[in-house]
Design a protein around this ligand. Sequence first.
Ligand code: IMP
Length: 429
Amino acid sequence: MGTVVLVGAQWGDEGKGKVTDFLAARADIVVRYQGGNNAGHTVVVGEEEFRLHLLPSGILHPEKTCVIGNGVVVDPAVLVGEIESLKRRGIKMARLLISERAHLIFPYHRLLDGAEEKRKGNGRIGTTGRGIGPAYVDKMARVGIRMSDLLEDATFSRRLEENVTFKNALLERVYDAEGVSLPEIFDAYREYAAILREYVADTGVFLHQAITAGKNVLFEGAQGTLLDIDHGTYPFVTSSSPTAGGACLGAGIGPRVIDRVLGIAKAYTTRVGGGPFPTELKDELGEKIRDQGREFGTTTGRARRCGWFDAVIARYAARVNGLDYLCVTKLDVLTGIPVLKICRAYRYQGKEITDFPASTSVLEACEPVYEELPGWEEDITGARRLEDLPENTRRYLERLSSLAGLPVALIGVGPRREQTIVCHDAFAC
Ligand code: IMP
């Protein structure tokens, strides 16, 4: 299969966990390359449901290796919690490696995340409150603390003290909030270090050797293209690079070793948090899709905003990620809706535009231009081949694929691993 990057083609929550888990069966190694515990994957195996925030979805395959790359920000409390909870449930975990270059999240990052959202008031981003943004700010400001620092007592103690002194001044004097306790953090993180030490490695070297030896590697992006710090709906974005280029930076590989890029999109669109969303349905139909699709955040439990499939976004995602294929998830959720709409362009100031705009105010003023297609009533959750799908379902998929300009590789027709239709062997690299 070679090396495959899997990215979200919308605003996150596209069902990447299920697709990763499905494809992980073919991979030797699964790598997460950005984000942190703002992500949430729900993977259903048999009758059991697993909710993961930091561990790559491949962790449920004991014969694989899972890598947390340098581009991820790690909250060690969450990571230790996930490892221990899988162990408690008797799950035999994959081998886990954590990059020594990955940055850490500290309690002051979470407090700063909350304080900054409060300061923004109505203009808040609607972050997950996990300290992700402030941790990446520290990384870029060159004051962050990395996994390798955590393992060196003297370095860790010095860097933590510098950070806590400054962050407490910021929290108390700028945000009028309470600061954090240096000794408490120090002691807790010493304990995390003792547990995590065995997993920390130079993952760049490991991946290089594995790719050179012809291993199959799956790079799994968290969030989605429109939450990318550069290509997303800035400032309503996350602070990392979920797009395919982020896989190179966040895993420490060169672009030429990537064989395939797959984009995951729901058969409709959802978004959590603030920011423009042209095809949003603020009516009963939006609620129906939310209920049928169980569209509530894995991480925060927030209700997701729901809307029609947006092909302007799909084409944009195809371009900025260099997508080879689209995987369409949750198609079954649209069952029973008599008329389906697909947005093929936006109307802005009387003109049709087909390129996704950079400006938030332009995007807010854009009206979707829709095509309508007849829906279907039949239950499609048992379909395992394209031919099993009703004609109207196939027409909807064909139109979506042709407007996105991408062939469809996989289709999800239900939450379970086997509720998947394979149209193209996207792993035959
Ligand atoms: P942050 O990543 O917590 O800083 O949140 C920034 C924006 O990204 C907010 O709109 C969040 O709702 C959104 N976001 C972060 N992670 C996810 C995710 O995994 N799925 C969907 N939205 C996310």
